[in-house]
Design a protein around this ligand. Structure first.
Ligand SMILES: C[S@@+](CC[C@H](N)C(=O)[O-])C[C@H]1O[C@@H](n2cnc3c(N)ncnc32)[C@H](O)[C@@H]1O
Length: 316
């Protein structure tokens, strides 16, 4: 059994990270696209918590809720929603453009890499940027906040750790070798398995721009497409991420939001990432398109922009 008391481990575990990071995809018109598949559990926590509370109140007479999760990557968004729903029955359909990503999501296995020695630990503490802080779910850390303790309880009800002796070793880039005086970073691999697979989670390959392939046959109360707009509103070149002109993206976004509108019950919610605007995404065009397609923003305090929208009218 690898997992144990946090204090028995070197500090600075790295986080759950979804798929290895990127997937290359040959897609439409023979154009090669590359997508970033990084994700984490409870990402955009304040927003999804708000969404779940809202839906359980507004649709309280609906026994089983239905959610659609676009760009679901390896499934962490879906599991997070399911965990936050607790005993409230819900079915969730997730789709993602990535084939490997969906295969991994279907497996229900999640990996977390933790430094196997002190030197690797020093390296990850500096290099592994802790923007995706969900490793607390896997360790008995003494200083968890009450909220983290609650989430950890949900996580333990939902996942079990699997004994594994797997390691991951990777060669460091020249500049890091000099700084940290090591050639290889060595990690233990912790594995967690979704405990109770049932038919509540469904994973599909699908592109949000080809909505007909993913259109569900029933209406949902929540639709999310988080931290993924940059893949469709920029030139999608990892280095430049140039915004595409508004006249090119507005019709595409209109089509997407018209279809999202059709997939939702009235008063249903659409949620995007809390930091889409930091990902070179022109958030104003997205907001305009949402407004033009039957949605109004719901105010959230402390958000840099409005990322939660409510469907208020049907669109033809
Ligand atoms: C950075 S991840 C975000 C994952 C997750 N939603 C989150 O908030 O952590 C971006 C995901 O968008 C997916 N994606 C990119 N373009 C897409 C498209 N046109 N349709 C569906 N998924 C897409 C990628 O495959 C990738 O898994």
């Amino acid at each position: 059994m690898i997992i144990g008391n946090y204090n028995n481990y070197h500090p600075a575990p790295v986080n759950f990270k979804g798929h290895a990071g990127c997937e290359n995809i040959i897609t439409r018109l023979g154009m090669r696209e590359s997508v970033t598949t990084e994700t984490r559990f409870f990402r955009d926590y304040e927003s999804i918590k708000f969404g779940i509370k809202y839906i359980n109140e507004v649709f309280k007479n609906l026994k089983e809720k239905y959610f659609i999760v676009g760009a679901c990557s390896t499934g962490e968004d879906m599991h997070s929603l399911k965990m936050l729903m607790g005993n409230n029955p819900v079915k969730i359909t997730g789709f993602d453009i990535g084939k490997e990503t969906i295969e991994q999501a279907k497996s229900g296995i999640f990996n977390l890499y933790t430094p196997a020695d002190i030197k690797t630990s020093k390296y990850t503490r500096i290099v592994d940027i802790h923007t995706y802080d969900d490793a607390f779910l896997a360790f008995d850390k003494p200083d968890l906040t009450p909220e983290q303790k609650e989430l950890k309880k949900l996580f333990n009800n939902h996942f079990e750790s699997i004994d594994t002796k797997d390691k991951m070793i990777y060669k460091l880039k020249e500049k890091f070798r000099k700084i940290f005086d090591i050639t290889y970073a060595e990690f233990n691999k912790l594995k967690f398995r979704y405990k109770n697979p049932d038919n509540s989670l469904e994973f599909k390959i699908g592109d949000i721009r080809d909505f007909k392939d993913i259109l569900p046959n029933k209406k949902g109360q929540l639709f999310t497409f988080k931290n993924s707009f940059y893949h469709i509103v920029t030139d999608n070149n990892y280095c430049t991420r140039q915004e595409l002109p508004e006249k090119q993206i507005k019709p595409m976004l209109d089509n997407i939001f018209k279809n999202i509108n059709k997939s939702l019950d009235k008063n249903g919610l659409f949620i995007m990432g809390e930091k889409e605007d930091e990902q070179r995404t022109n958030i104003h065009v997205i907001a305009k398109s949402l407004s033009d397609n039957g949605f109004i923003p719901i105010r959230m305090p402390d958000r840099p922009y409005l990322n939660i929208w409510k469907k208020t009218k049907e669109i033809d």
